[in-house]
Design a protein around this ligand. Structure first.
Ligand SMILES: NC(=O)c1ccc[n+]([C@@H]2O[C@H](COP(=O)([O-])OP(=O)(O)OC[C@H]3O[C@@H](n4cnc5c(N)ncnc54)[C@H](O)[C@@H]3O)[C@@H](O)[C@H]2O)c1
Length: 338
């Protein structure tokens, strides 16, 4: 049994907690959140769990093998370091940090100690995207030339979350930038545009709520990422890989496939899955499964902390590109010690 501490009892911490409780190979020993009500509310599902308002206490406790860091982004680096120093494996939510230098420093710290850490880029574990990735790897559509990702949130996150999120590219697009790296390999150039068109309160905090990023890979292939913070018809998550001999597409998903045809409408289906907790439910379970299987084999699988830093570099470049209205070159980088 892998003994797990979940740090952060908010939206994503709740999902991880439920998955840890449901998985046969894990047991939840600690739950930490400075907000004791949030921690206690979640702990009701796990009567034997120890609850603390001190995240580091949970992350370093003797009866913990692995820590899931699901707290606000600015807390990630210190928690990763504390957990790794105590010999724990870590699954950390994206992004590592909002500051690239701190993220790089964390990567070096973990590498120097031979730490085991995985980034929560859960979309790599979505069954549909994973099937497409495997098919691409098998050469089913020939040489990949273009990747198109459309990712629109159902609705704006709470304003206090957005204020501390680091901006749309670091908070939201970072998932898609990781997908671009996963499908296309190293990215050499990023060009971004964006606007505040959905809610003026987002503009007031200096952010955009819609944007497009074009990322060019070393291979010559190009990824186009389209993001928006609100979508009237549900959570819009589509992906298309276009190759020299074919194309692979992931369509939006709905809770059922029932179609209703009436006098004035044809083939009407239910709304798409509401939001990330529903659409990516399977991905969070498969992510946890990969993490704990890796711990058992003493080799935590990708996405690695290096992948986390690389995606943050691209998000930062997108932010720079937005400001200067031009392309930003991405220097090559390699994991420490290679
Ligand atoms: N992979 C995904 O799909 C996904 C989705 C949402 C959020 N996230 C990431 O997860 C993290 C948390 O996001 P959320 O939406 O769950 O936020 P949230 O605001 O819903 O929850 C955060 C929780 O952390 C607690 N907290 C505050 N300071 C803490 C500390 N020092 N240590 C421990 N807990 C602390 C808060 O009290 C709150 O309960 C962010 O980094 C975010 O980018 C990832």
């Amino acid at each position: 049994m892998i003994r797990i501490a979940v740090v952060g009892a908010g939206r994503i911490g709740s999902i991880h907690t439920q998955n840890v409780l449901a998985a046969p190979q894990t047991t939840l020993t600690w739950l930490a959140d400075p907000n004791i009500e949030a921690a206690n509310r979640l702990a009701q599902q796990a009567p034997h769990v120890r609850v603390t308002t001190e995240p580091v206490e949970a992350a370093t406790a003797a009866d913990v093998d692995a820590v899931i860091v699901a707290s606000p982004t600015p807390t990630h680096v210190d928690l990763i370091k504390a957990a790794v120093a105590a010999g724990k494996a870590v699954l950390c939510e994206k992004p590592i940090d909002l500051d690239l230098d701190r993220a790089r420093d964390c990567l070096v710290y973990v590498a120097a100690r031979g730490g085991r850490a995985m980034m929560g880029f859960n979309r790599r574990f979505d069954p549909t995207f994973a099937e497409i990735h495997t098919a691409v790897g098998q050469g089913r559509i020939g040489k990949v030339e273009q990747l198109t990702i459309i990712s629109r949130d159902l609705d704006l996150a709470p304003l206090d979350y957005l204020t501390s999120s680091g901006g749309m590219f670091r908070d939201m697009t970072i998932h898609d930038l990781d997908m671009a790296r996963w499908f296309l390999g190293p990215i050499t150039e990023v060009q971004a545009t964006g606007q505040n068109i959905i809610d003026p309160r987002v503009g007031d905090i200096g952010d955009i709520d819609a944007g497009v990023v074009v990322a060019t890979a070393e291979s010559g292939a190009v990824a186009t990422i389209v993001n928006a913070r609100r979508c009237a018809f549900g959570y819009d998550q589509r992906l298309e890989v276009f190759g020299s001999s074919g194309m692979l597409q992931a369509a939006n998903q709905a809770p059922t496939t029932v179609r209703t045809t009436l006098a004035h409408s044809t083939d009407a289906g239910p709304r798409y899955e509401e939001f990330f907790l529903q659409r990516y439910a399977a991905s969070y379970r498969r992510e946890l499964d990969a993490f704990v299987s890796g711990i058992a084999a003493d080799a935590v699988p990708p996405p690695s902390l290096f992948d986390g830093v690389a995606a943050l570099e691209l998000a930062d470049a997108a932010q720079t590109s937005l400001g200067k209205r031009g392309a930003v070159a991405i220097p090559p980088s390699e994991p420490p010690g290679t």
